[in-house]
Design a protein around this ligand. Sequence first.
Ligand code: CA
Length: 324
Amino acid sequence: MDEWALINMNSASFRRVQFENTRVGAPPEGPWVLQVFQDNVQSGSVVGTGPLMEATDSQISVSVIFWMDGSVNFPAQLKIRRRFSFSDLGETPVLNLDGFGNQDNQMWLLYTGTASAIVGQRFSLLVEASLGGDRNNSVAVNKLVVNGAKAIHSNVTTMNFENGLLGWSLGQMQGGMWELKNQSHIDPALKVPKPPSGDMILVASRQHILSGIMTIESPILSAAAKTSKKLYLRFWVRGSSTYPVSLSIRKKSPDGVYDELPFVNLRRYGNVDSQNWLSLDKTIYVPLNDGEMFYQLVIEVDLGSRLENLVAVDDLSITTLTLS
Ligand SMILES: [Ca+2]
């Protein structure tokens, strides 16, 4: 389970650790587990996301070796779900192990769940867990085996907003904010060109002429040693030479540290009324530091003091390149 992306959310996270606990024996499949740890008392559900998979059969099965420890009053939870797209989670988990969360289990358990699938359908598995409000509770996963699907190693992550904004979060909203819009529903008088693919675009919407910086932050993206990340961006701007707009992208670390300067600065495009969608005209790499495992992209805009100014983003994609 080395390829799982572990995200800190709701004041807790899964961590990949060597198991240490005297209340149960050693994990049957070696010492390494994904285990839930909470940062403070008021923690909630956390998730770990597996690599992209493709169904090879009309049924998939997921077997998991796990240990849970909880109580009737503060039950621990553990579920395995499929995520079909950026925002589309399988409503019914493939495996719901919550029933084991209200008891003092003395051993590691193996459980298998099945779900119907469409051959060729792509999904990621999501492990969702909660310590149930009691920091003495435990949830640990020692092994997970999937049948009826194979892992796909895609080196391109595309965020085209066609399935919504799940995982994105709004940052600064100085007199406006980024909004998700269907291009065909935008007032034709604004003359926003149709995006080259799909309908959904991110638009920086101002509330008044004195609006300032508006930012929106991407989901947490994963990095890996000996790789680099190439960024592609499709955008549209309307500015003027007297009142230019600025559009830029900054990197942020998941623990909240923003890079001092944006690594993409599209200010030079900001003084024209562009008739078409534009792309980055040179190769841009995300400036990842050694050992950095996760990052977020922050899209920032300043529409300047002219009401007609407008900025939109159609899609972003990140290609992973392996360094030799
Ligand atoms: Ca789009």
